[in-house]
Ligand binder design. Structure first.
Ligand SMILES: [Zn+2]
Length: 162
């Protein structure tokens, strides 16, 4: 008899995907986020600086990576502290406090995600279904139910190439 490892992949702590580092840990702002929204998110990934935090070790498809890369750019572009140092904490601070800012930043991430899906998928029904799902997320509990589903749909479509 011997043990079978055929369905066990070796678990890596850090992975690189297209220059993006993925770590299987909670992000530095996890507790702030829980407190701000009064939730304990599961199956969520977070961008903090140039890393994607993936505490639940989810498989990340390319469109999710692209969504998170939008937040990387946003965090870099948005602000430097008094010492002129980049810190993702400033972006995150505003993100958690300012609902309008949060929705605006997320809509851009979702629009990019939708673009990636549409690049390879020309089926109108499948695109519509995917967009419906994205709008559900953007208008949902993860972002504190700030906007309606139809508002979310409009925002994503306006920012998308498709
Ligand atoms: Zn996002």
């Amino acid at each position: 008899m011997r043990r079978t490892f055929w369905n066990k992949k070796p678990r890596k702590i850090v992975e690189k995907d297209d220059g993006v580092e993925i770590v299987f840990k909670k992000p530095p702002i996890y507790n702030d986020l829980c407190a701000a929204f009064n939730i304990r998110p599961v199956n969520v990934v977070y961008t903090y600086g140039d890393k994607i935090y993936n505490p639940d070790k989810l498989e990340l498809p390319p469109e999710i990576i692209e969504h998170e890369k939008v937040h990387m750019k946003q965090q870099k572009a948005w602000m430097v502290n008094e010492d002129r140092k980049f810190t993702p904490a400033l972006w995150w601070g505003k993100y958690l406090r300012d609902a309008k800012f949060r929705i605006d930043q997320e809509a851009k991430g979702y629009a990019r995600q939708y673009d990636v899906i549409c690049q390879d998928n020309h089926d109108r029904n499948q695109r519509a279904r995917y967009l419906w799902g994205l709008a559900s997320s953007l208008s949902g509990v993860l972002y504190n139910n700030e906007i309606s589903h139809s508002e979310a749909t409009k925002m994503i479509k306006k920012l998308s190439k498709y």
